[in-house]
Design a protein around this ligand. Structure first.
Ligand code: SF4
Ligand code: SF4
Length: 227
């Protein structure tokens, strides 16, 4: 998501990699679930989140759209978000304030209170948002452990690829004059990357690459026609 914020006011003004240790550990949160209650509409899902959400719930995209996710227009793209109840917070919280999909929670939740800052080449560094969690005292955590995803190198490469693709697509859609075409490519994103179920018994990344190739082929053919 493109955000125009003064980083000196919301972060500690440092850039981190996955090998860095930062003071973010909250000792298991001790029953607090504030960040899951006041999360706003910021849990935008990427295809890996979709794969994990299906794995965690056993539900298809269509079934999840009934009461867990909703779609929103973000930076010219239509993307799914986790639904947030105004009073209770995230739909995935149970009555005791615990995340029901903790082991397979979205990437946004894994990062918190970290974020990612991308450079012009599509590379990113981690940033620490300093006003997002009041718990003190915080303990040290290695960023790679904090994120807790197997094969983090592969995951980071995927995240960069998804970021570059959605950035390019958002800019392309923004430049289109016809509303019909804008809608076609936005909805195609949902139809290619989110709606058809992923096979959760198979690895995610090869399935993603197949879908990306299919979308890019579709986009290229339209660009060629319009040339
Ligand atoms: S606000 Fe902090 S302590 Fe509370 S649940 Fe979130 S990360 Fe844990
Ligand atoms: S998915 Fe889980 S970790 Fe993420 S906001 Fe919802 S309850 Fe919290």
């Amino acid at each position: 998501m493109i955000r125009n914020v003064d980083l000196s006011k919301v972060t500690d003004n440092r850039l981190y990699t996955k090998e860095d240790i930062v003071n973010i550990s909250c000792d298991g949160c001790k029953g607090c679930s504030d960040c899951c209650k006041s999360v706003g509409d910021s849990i935008i899902l990427d295809p890996f989140d979709m794969y994990n959400l299906s794995k965690a719930t056993g539900k298809s995209f269509e079934a999840l759209m009934e009461d867990v996710i909703e779609i929103r227009l973000i930076d010219n793209l239509i993307l799914p978000n986790i639904m947030i109840d105004e009073e209770k917070g995230c739909k995935m919280l149970d009555e005791n304030g615990r995340c029901t999909i903790h082991a397979l929670r979205p990437g946004f939740c894994r990062l918190f209170p970290l974020g990612r800052l991308y450079d012009d080449n599509g590379d990113f560094k981690y940033i620490l948002q300093i006003h997002e969690c009041d718990y003190t005292p915080k303990g040290p955590a290695l960023i790679s452990d904090w994120i807790g995803i197997d094969d983090l190198d592969k995951y980071e490469a995927y995240i960069k690829r998804w970021h570059a693709f959605t950035k390019m697509l958002g800019e392309y859609i923004k430049g289109l004059k016809e509303t019909r075409k804008k809608e076609h490519f936005s909805w195609l994103l949902i139809r290619v990357f989110f709606e058809p179920s992923y096979d959760t018994n198979k690895a995610f990344y090869s399935q993603f690459e197949e879908r990306l190739a299919s979308y890019e082929e579709n986009l290229k053919s339209v660009m060629d026609v319009n040339r």
